[in-house]
Design a protein around this ligand. Structure first.
Ligand code: F6P
Length: 342
């Protein structure tokens, strides 16, 4: 048997854990494991490497992906070429580890390909699974940085606005903001009222609080406004790159509330850390299940997390619209109960 492993889209801490755990299982069964380099590019350009035990063992502790990835190479309009090039690799099946871009790209060609899907994104917004690996590590990065920045904010009696990733989903800001008890959490799913936010911040200032911590998701907006797009990436399945909201909120609050303010964009640090234990468990169990599904030739399945367990579901479940934070999600209620602004 010859099985390929591909990592597509933006990297997420834990990708190497999937590569290691799936390869360990397959190699023990005498399967030839082929790593596809740089996501879909590796298929189009025939870039592969043999995955050996020496190469994969202990990769789990590193962020990034030893195979490389790309979020600039879609399949749109090249479906036939993709299917032909994939066939030329003579693989019995492919374990594809990706996010919405990867699975949207595969949705149109899934018919001709023996595929096992593994959902991945720090944004935690993939449909069909209740959690994606990389998310917990991203939240840990946010929480630890908010907690650290609180000291310098308090020293200078400042507002500190921390911008997180997440695109159209507010999971990272919400998870990281809750874990660090940020005073204000702004997410795209709940456009904020400028008037109510000003009232909240002024009240905090009047109460004598020295510092104010705000976590804002890169896609968050005030009511009736559009998200801030910094630039576009040609060829990317999702072209827009968001950014700039923290600076805008920071400058606006300083002026309106007469409270000095600074902003920090955490950016790719959220994808750069060693995976947390939670993410290591997710990837270890998901990788093993993906390999077992491939050995059983259970093609067309995704390895997902539901109701506290790793289980299988039709891969098409991952190809549905993004899973956003419900405006009345229990984490939103938790923030409200704690007296945070959300
Ligand atoms: O989808 C994952 C993600 O990290 C988003 O949160 C972020 O907006 C985007 O990717 C950044 O992409 P790039 O790596 O192309 O800058």
């Amino acid at each position: 048997m010859r099985i390929g492993i591909l990592t597509g889209g933006g990297d997420a801490p834990g990708l190497n854990g999937i590569i290691e755990s799936a390869s360990r299982v397959l190699l023990q069964k005498g399967v030839e494991v082929v790593g596809i380099r740089d996501g879909f590019e590796g298929i189009f350009e025939n870039k592969t490497i043999p995955l050996t035990l020496e190469l994969v063992q202990n990769a789990h502790a590193e962020s990034g992906t030893l195979l490389g990835s790309s979020n600039r190479c879609g399949t749109a309009g090249r479906e036939k070429e993709f299917a032909e090039k994939f066939r030329a690799l003579k693989l019995d099946g492919l374990i594809a580890c990706g996010g919405d871009g990867t699975f949207a790209g595969l949705a149109k060609i899934v018919e001709g390909i023996n595929l096992i899907g593994v959902p991945k994104t720090i944004d935690n917004d993939l449909a069909g699974t209740e959690a994606t690996f990389g998310f917990d590590t991203a939240c840990a990065c946010v929480a630890e940085n908010v907690d650290a920045l609180r000291f310098t904010a308090a020293a200078h009696s400042r507002i500190m606005v921390v911008e997180t990733m997440g695109r159209t989903a507010g999971w990272i800001a919400l998870g990281g903001g809750l874990a660090s008890y940020a005073d204000v959490i702004l997410i795209p799913e709940r456009p904020f009222s400028r008037a109510k936010l000003l009232e909240f911040v002024r009240r905090k200032k009047t109460s004598g609080q020295r510092e104010l911590m705000i976590v804002v998701s890169e896609g968050a907006t005030a009511e009736g406004e559009d998200p801030k797009v910094m630039f576009e990436v040609a060829g990317s399945p999702q072209k827009e790159r968001y950014g700039g909201v923290a600076m805008a909120v920071s400058r606006w609050l300083e002026k309106e509330c007469d409270w000095e303010s600074r902003h920090v964009v955490l950016g790719h640090l959220q994808r750069a850390r060693q995976p947390t234990t939670t993410d290591r468990f997710l990837t270890s169990f998901m990788g093993v299940q993906a390999a077992e599904a491939a050995l059983e030739k259970a093609w067309g399945q995704a390895i997902v997390y539901r109701e506290g367990r790793i289980t299988r579901a039709p891969i098409t479940d991952l190809m549905q619209p993004a899973r956003l934070v419900a405006p009345d999600h229990r984490w939103v209620k938790q923030a409200q109960t704690l007296g945070l602004f959300i």
